[in-house]
Design a protein around this ligand. Structure first.
Ligand code: SF4
Length: 175
């Protein structure tokens, strides 16, 4: 016990300082929300699909739901069914075993059916490229609106990719 208390007294910084956040995008929060309303007239609903991921990308997507990013405040929410979704956010190299499930989820998704490939595996096959059990990248199967590179991509890049897909759709609607 004393050893532990002495160690605590000696260690002046028990934890590393928090890294500086990338907060510049917050200034655009209102415009992002308006872009979503212009395209959908309500919240953007996202169905996340793991198409064979190592779950590294899922950890980052999970982190995106932290209060820090406040995605619900921007009008973005994750849903459990593709039938309730506007966007599919797909991770992993698209394994043969997941091919039909991904296709069925895409067919079940109502328009505008945005598709975002998150992580190197979904974008290019990543470290699984050419593997016998893989038929990806995702663009081999579905029309992909936005790719988010990174292994895994950090939450802020995932958020930027989601927003870019909505803004591209908005630009196409207003053309
Ligand atoms: S991109 Fe990296 S973290 Fe994401 S599923 Fe592939 S190997 Fe895992």
């Amino acid at each position: 016990m004393w050893q532990l208390l002495k160690q605590i007294a000696r260690t002046r910084a028990p934890a590393e300082p928090a890294p500086a956040g990338e907060d510049a995008w917050r200034a655009d929060g209102e415009r992002i929300h308006q872009d979503i309303l212009d395209v959908l007239g309500r919240a953007l609903c996202i169905r996340e699909i793991d198409a064979g991921s190592c779950n590294g990308c899922e950890l980052e997507i999970n982190a995106l739901s932290n209060p820090y990013y406040n995605i619900e405040g921007l009008g973005i929410k994750f849903v459990a069914s593709p039938r309730h979704a506007d966007m599919l956010l797909v991770t992993g190299p698209l394994t043969l075993n997941m091919r039909d499930a991904v296709l069925r989820a895409y067919e079940a998704t109502p328009h505008p059916k945005l598709v975002v490939a998150a992580g190197d595996c979904a974008c290019t096959g990543g470290i699984f490229h050419g593997n016998y059990a893989v038929c990806g990248p995702l663009s081999n199967l579905l029309p992909v609106d936005v790719t988010i590179p990174g292994c895994p991509p950090p939450p802020i890049d995932i958020l930027r990719g989601i927003i870019a897909a909505v803004q591209n759709k908005r630009a196409a609607l207003w053309r």
